[in-house]
Design a protein around this ligand. Structure first.
Ligand code: MG
Length: 258
């Protein structure tokens, strides 16, 4: 396995990219309300990324095994869509009570950040509120375990421990990843793991930590568009993601809006 460590200078660039990234996600979250279309969010995201002189990394990206490039800057995944929903081919209009996951990747000065948030549309029910809270808590626990000396398995252990204390389930087989020079690099970052297993974390590693939590069971299914992944049981799902740099002292969350 080749893990490419980033220099302190590169982490500074990633920090600036991540700050811009988080600001864009915040502005998109503020747009979310009943009646807004996924296409409007996509167009706003494209305009905001380009206004900063940066590039959207998902647009035109062909992941391993995919038959065609992803057609948009954002992945927008509503309700039972877990990840990789396409916002612009058959746009959808957000409805009161929906939960909408917005996943953006940004290239700033050649370096990649990846971050996602899940936003309630208007007033949502208790289950949706709890699902979003639990997923956020799982991400926070994963980030707290991302420190030198720990392993990728410690991150997965921390995330799955939080989710196991709820009535919800982690989406099967979906994981986080290394990134920086590209959108997806080694190592993979599991959402379920054992302490001390996996890759050892060292300063200079940059990781996307991203629990995806289903309100029902963990099963997933791939849709015919080649990208959208839904829950198998039709339950709703939430996704929160940050890009994190491992440092000597612990970590820095790069995708924060400061
Ligand atoms: Mg990611």
């Amino acid at each position: 396995m080749t893990i490419r460590l980033k220099s302190e200078k590169e982490i500074e660039i990633l920090k600036e990219g991540g700050r811009r990234h988080a600001e864009i996600l915040r502005l998109l979250a503020e747009m979310v309300e009943p009646g807004v279309s996924t296409l409007a969010l996509e167009e706003e995201a494209l305009a905001l990324v380009k206004a900063g002189g940066d590039k959207p990394a998902h647009l035109g990206y062909t992941p391993a095994g995919a038959k065609r490039p992803f057609p948009a800057a954002l992945c927008i995944s509503i309700n039972d869509e877990i990840v990789h929903g396409i916002p612009n081919e058959t746009p959808k209009v957000l409805k009161q009570g929906d939960v909408v996951a917005i996943d953006l990747s940004v290239i700033h000065q050649g370096l990649f950040t990846d971050s996602a948030i899940t936003v309630p549309v208007g007033a949502v029910d208790d289950e949706a509120r709890e699902l979003l809270k639990a997923t956020k808590r799982a991400l926070e626990a994963g980030i707290a375990a991302a420190k030198p000396g720990n392993h990728t398995g410690d991150i997965g252990f921390a995330i799955s421990k939080v989710v196991s204390e709820t009535r919800f389930s982690l989406a099967e087989d979906l994981v986080g990843h290394g990134l920086g020079y590209a959108l997806h690099e080694e190592p993979y970052v599991p959402n379920v793991g054992r302490k001390g297993e996996g890759e050892k974390l060292v300063p200079g590693m940059v990781l996307a930590i991203e629990p995806m939590v289903n309100a029902g069971r963990g099963g997933i299914r791939q849709m015919k568009d080649g990208y959208t992944i839904k829950t198998r049981d039709g339950s709703r799902s939430a996704h929160f993601e940050h890009t994190v740099a491992i440092t000597e002292k612990g970590n820095i969350v790069l995708t924060l809006d400061k």
